[in-house]
Design a protein around this ligand. Structure first.
Ligand code: GLN
Length: 343
């Protein structure tokens, strides 16, 4: 009896030791994402080398000034939640943030008014349509779809509390600067170029006004939105913005608490569902990371609690998503086992 008992004890102890050991199959199931410096350094360099010669897509030209950006620029960056930075290629070249600004402005509104305000006044449903689809704005009644497509993003801008358009833009810029931990500037040529050609966004704003779904003067909101999209960032700065989300709202470089941690999962949920617009399903299926793209060629992906992975490459596909940036992020995410769904 006694020996049976001690045998059982020994077996239980053995199972426990296997379970907690670094070789444990249970650990593998929990999928610890590596932040080992040598691995991250190697993966960033490999991803850059692997896709540097890909020529698929072309720089967006519906904003005339964007067509002038040298298409071969290519940068890949990881910034970890501890503030470690790993880079390859053109990571210090400023480009316009474009739609990558959208989740950050949504975060600012959440910070000011609570995350329910986004759900109630804009909506959180993916459209499955292009980022500037007028049809989507029209058919999704009572909501402006979500803050990551143009209509919802213009609505989000209009929600930022301010007495004037100037004050509203400054609030957005300051918030982005705190996320990036550095001063940022508008790239004026791109702003002027888009401001002269953004009739479609004005149409969105007027449709929103007709449905009582915009919360400042509609044309003023489009102008502030256009300025917001023209803020210049480098891939490195954008990666710090993403790493602030990965680090639960605390900038890992400056240590400033920029966003309440309870809003972070809401921002990431929006990015997961709509960050790649009409390619969001495919991105979730292949990379499995919350991410946001912009027609300037930037993409930021967030590995929650761990790091941001950023790509910058001006050639975009029909959905407006940077081809090489997406490939590089997916390459790194797969090798790190960073898919948030596991597997
Ligand atoms: N400023 C651009 C627009 O409104 C942003 C679009 C994008 O990056 N997908 O069309």
């Amino acid at each position: 009896m006694k020996s049976q008992k001690s045998l059982r004890r020994a077996v239980v102890l053995l199972i426990f030791m296997v379970a907690v050991s670094p070789m444990s199959p249970f650990r593998a199931m929990a999928r610890e994402v590596s932040t080992d410096p040598a691995t991250l350094k190697r993966l960033v360099q490999e991803a850059h080398a692997e896709f540097k010669d890909v020529k698929e897509g072309k720089p967006a030209d519906y904003i005339p000034e964007l067509a002038k950006v040298p298409p071969d620029l290519f940068g890949v960056v990881i910034v970890t939640a501890e503030g470690e930075i790993y880079t390859a290629g053109d990571v210090d070249h400023p480009f316009t943030i474009q739609s990558v600004s959208k989740p950050f402005t949504a975060a600012l509104v959440m910070q000011e008014q609570g995350d329910e305000a986004i759900e109630e006044k804009i909506g959180v449903e993916p459209t499955g349509q292009k980022f500037n689809s007028i049809l989507a704005t029209q058919i999704i009644e009572d909501i402006s779809a979500n803050p990551l497509v143009n209509s919802g993003a213009i609505a989000a801008v209009s929600m930022v509390r301010a007495k004037s358009a100037g004050e509203r833009f400054n609030k957005i810029l300051k918030f982005d600067e705190r996320l990036a931990g550095t001063k940022l500037n508008v790239i004026e040529e791109v702003y002027k170029s888009e401001a002269a050609t953004n009739q479609r966004n004005r149409a969105h704003a007027y449709i929103l006004e007709a449905e009582d779904r915009i919360y400042s003067d509609p044309i003023e909101a489009v102008d502030v939105y256009t300025r917001q999209c023209s803020i210049g960032v480098t891939a490195k700065q954008l990666a710090v913005m993403g790493a602030t989300l990965a680090n639960n709202g605390v900038n890992p470089i400056t240590q400033e608490k920029v966003l309440d941690p309870n809003h972070v999962p809401k921002v990431l949920a929006l990015m997961m569902m709509a960050g790649f617009y009409d390619e969001s399903g495919e991105w979730a299926y292949t990379a499995g990371l919350p991410a946001k793209t912009g027609v300037g060629g930037g993409i930021v992906a967030v590995v929650p609690g761990k790091m941001a992975i950023v790509g910058f490459s001006p050639r975009v596909n029909d959905a407006g998503n940077s081809v090489r940036s997406a490939k590089a992020i997916e390459y790194i995410a797969q090798r790190l086992g960073a898919n948030v769904f596991g597997g």
